[in-house]
Design a protein around this ligand. Structure first.
Ligand code: GLN
Length: 197
């Protein structure tokens, strides 16, 4: 059975743990980089990306997460997690983990309308996916190897690049578990591929 970790330095950790468990996979809170050796897939939760980056550096996670992804192990970033995964961030030189070939804008829907919900049709997932946006980013541009999964208001808010998945919204805050289940499927597939290689 797959073991999926949630980076537990800051942010919406508990909700992800509950959603992972609902898919039948085992969920683990990741607080030390050594724990990455024990998991098959990793979720970077929502929170505050600048703070999370600082904690990633303080706890020596930076290279460890990039190596985890480099081994072909799936990573799913939600909201602040999406920002961490991007190669470029508007208004900043360089990205953070730089795993996905895309430029993102932070707090892109305005600080005043800080949060809202929408029902979106998401490629590979289905119709009417309940999406909760909280001070959400969006993907401004993406390279051709990035599969755009959905848009809201003509802005890209979910994407996949090989074994990397990201959403600008918070699937873990709803009862709609399809995105987490889809990620759990990606993790299972990568486990099989890595076992037979
Ligand atoms: N706006 C936050 C950031 O820049 C992300 C918000 C969230 O994760 N809900 O990190």
């Amino acid at each position: 059975m797959s073991v999926i970790g949630v980076l537990a330095l800051q942010g919406a950790v508990r909700e992800h743990i509950r959603s992972i468990e609902a898919t039948g996979a085992t969920a683990v809170e990741i607080k030390r980089k050594e724990q990455l050796d024990e998991i098959d897939g990793l979720i970077l939760p929502g929170g505050e990306s600048t703070t999370m980056r600082r904690l990633i550096d303080s706890y020596c996670f930076f290279d460890a997460i990039r190596e985890f992804g480099g081994q072909g192990k799936p990573i799913f970033g939600t909201c602040a997690g999406l920002i961490l995964m991007a190669s470029h961030i508007e208004g900043r030189t360089g990205g953070h983990l730089g795993l996905m070939h895309m430029t993102v804008a932070r707090n892109a829907f305005g600080r005043q309308v800080a949060s809202f919900e929408a029902n979106l049709n998401v490629k590979h997932i289905g119709d009417d996916v309940n999406a909760v946006f909280i001070r959400a980013p969006y993907i401004v541009t993406a390279d051709s190897d990035v599969d755009v999964l959905t848009t809201y208001d003509n802005r890209i808010v979910a994407a996949k690049q090989g074994h990397y998945l990201c959403t600008a919204f918070h699937p873990e805050l709803t009862d709609d578990n399809r995105l987490i289940a889809y990620f759990a499927g990606m993790v299972e597939q990568s486990e099989q591929a890595l076992a037979s290689s």
